[in-house]
Design a protein around this ligand. Structure first.
Ligand SMILES: Cc1cc2nc3c(=O)[nH]c(=O)nc-3n(C[C@H](O)[C@H](O)[C@H](O)COP(=O)(O)OP(=O)(O)OC[C@H]3O[C@@H](n4cnc5c(N)ncnc54)[C@H](O)[C@@H]3O)c2cc1C
Length: 478
């Protein structure tokens, strides 16, 4: 196994459970890939960026269970929004059956006008009545679809854009409509619990403690700081890997679970070059995410997290509160408690193209100004420390038609398999997508050795009227 991100770890854990001896090579000193945390020189532990899951991420939930990390994820039923004037609105499920369960919160959502709400309701109904697959959405952008559905500018800016840019890390005109529609179907319309936000109550790296044990118990090993330089093939089958120190290692089979740009530099040209089965990977572009970490000298926020409307900053996470929720205590939580009533916030800006070339200080100043709009206490508070983490190639861009460039986990090289959020899973670049790819790669491996097994978990079942519409949509497909 090459790569210790969620794709590699999930694959390794289920294959070890199935009785295979797995050797996992990760080039960095820690597991978790992009969804990890590390210690800054001053001793504070920070997530590479805040990561959230949703109730509809069934495979990630299964992976956390297998890794013994389930209890470290806390789910929130209420979502908090704030506009430029500092007005708060919340969204949560009512007792009505899906897809109507969110309707009461939506009706009282103060940041939208009646005309905005009417246009949104029409588009959501079209998604729900199509069982998540309304007609004629192939290869068009989400923005095109929204215009076709006659959405008001307010609805686009203060509703669709707010949800989708942070869910998909891309602007609406560069997002495949199918991905955008899927987000709403799976999280807000199909089932009651799909929208619930799951947030780790520990630093991200602590979620993977159980993975090493699961692999080692079966006679496998996990090697950190062990980069692979090259993958060698012979007669159309996997032969060996060449490590960064030049040593060669053979294995019965290999799963490569590294980001797609890095894979291209590791495989022979017969795969990556013109006519090769992986040449399409060059067409997959990436999008940036910027994370900003602020430590204030006092309490400035009372909600666990906030979604900002009309700002560059999209989310603010109250890390002090989120870590404090951990009942059995952890390093980061006690570090924060020791600091008394100080507060650690983490801000997230997805599709942050405009910030990539800005200096660290410019980003800090912009975010501070925005926080003053929505958290007035920050105006007098002292900012004790700030960190900006720019991930320029955070996720693959879900551009219209991108699926045609995403390879399956089982390629035309014997004993070589792929995993990674960019492989063909039907999901965008998310932790759920990465785990799905890992499970699919593991299924392909076991099928290849004549011991087929299923790991992929079903989606949340649709409920209420949504269930009826989903069945009808499936039955009417040619
Ligand atoms: C800033 C940011 C915020 C995000 N927020 C969210 C979120 O809130 N919710 C969500 O669901 N998703 C989020 N994502 C996306 C999520 O992190 C990824 O989709 C997921 O972690 C990808 O997992 P992966 O295993 O496919 O790839 P990676 O995590 O990139 O793992 C690949 C691993 O391979 C290793 N590697 C690379 N080259 C080599 C080599 N030559 N030899 C050995 N090892 C190698 C890397 O070090 C890495 O550990 C976010 C991503 C970023 C960057």
């Amino acid at each position: 196994m090459i790569g210790g991100g969620l794709a590699g770890l999930s694959s390794a854990v289920v294959l070890a459970d199935a009785g295979l001896q797995v050797r996992l090579f990760e080039k960095r000193p820690h597991l978790g890939g992009r969804a990890t945390s590390y210690t800054l020189p001053d001793g504070s532990e920070v997530d590479n960026c805040q990561h959230v899951t949703l109730g509809c991420c069934t495979n990630l939930a299964d992976f956390y269970r297998r890794a013994g990390a389930e209890a470290k994820i806390r789910f929130y039923d209420r979502l908090y929004f704030v506009d430029r004037q500092g007005r708060r609105s919340t969204i949560e499920a009512s007792a009505l059956p899906p897809p109507l369960h969110m309707a009461p919160s939506f009706l009282f959502f103060s940041a939208l006008t009646v005309a905005d709400k009417r246009s949104i309701a029409r588009a959501l109904l079209a998604i729900a009545r199509g069982g998540g697959s309304p007609p004629n959405v192939n290869d068009i952008s989400m923005l095109d679809w929204l215009r076709r559905m006659k959405q008001t500018p307010g609805a686009i800016e203060r509703f669709w854009r707010v949800v989708l840019v942070s869910a998909l890390d891309e602007e609406l005109d560069r997002t495949d409509a199918r991905y955008g529609i899927d987000v709403f179907w799976k999280s807000f319309l199909g089932s009651r619990g799909g929208y619930r936000v799951g947030i780790p109550s520990v630093p991200l790296a602590d979620l993977y403690d159980g993975c090493r044990g699961a692999i080692v118990r079966r006679g496998g090993e996990v090697k950190l700081r062990s980069g692979v330089r090259e993958i060698r093939l012979c007669d159309g089958r996997f032969e060996c890997v060449v490590m960064e120190d030049g040593s060669e290692l053979a294995a019965d089979l290999c799963i490569v679970a590294v980001p797609h740009e890095q894979l291209l530099g590791m495989v022979p040209r017969e795969l990556s070059g013109a006519g090769g089965s992986l040449q399409g990977l060059r067409k997959i572009r990436t999008a940036p995410i910027t994370g900003v970490h602020f430590w204030f000298d006092r309490q400035v926020m009372t909600e666990p997290f906030l979604t900002l409307l009309d700002h560059t900053t999209q989310w603010v996470f109250n890390k002090t509160m989120l870590y404090g929720c951990e009942s059995n205590g952890n390093g980061a939580a006690s570090q924060l408690r020791e600091r008394g009533r100080t507060q650690y916030l983490q801000l997230v800006i997805s599709a942050s193209y405009d910030l990539v070339s800005r200096s660290r200080q410019e980003v800090i100043d912009l975010c501070r100004r925005e926080l003053q709009d929505v958290l007035p206490t920050t105006r007098d508070a002292k900012l004790e420390k700030a960190t900006v983490i720019k991930e320029v190639h955070a996720t693959f861009s879900p551009e219209p038609g991108v699926d045609r460039w995403r390879p399956a986990q089982d390629i035309d090289v014997k004993n070589l398999y792929l995993a990674g959020d960019w492989t063909r899973t039907g999901w965008p670049a998310t932790m759920e997508g990465a785990v799905r790819s890992g499970y699919l790669a593991a299924e392909a491996v076991l099928a290849g050795v004549g011991r087929p097994q299923k790991f992929l978990q079903p989606d949340l079942p649709s409920e209420g009227l949504s269930k009826h519409w989903a069945h009808r949509a499936v039955a009417s497909r040619p």
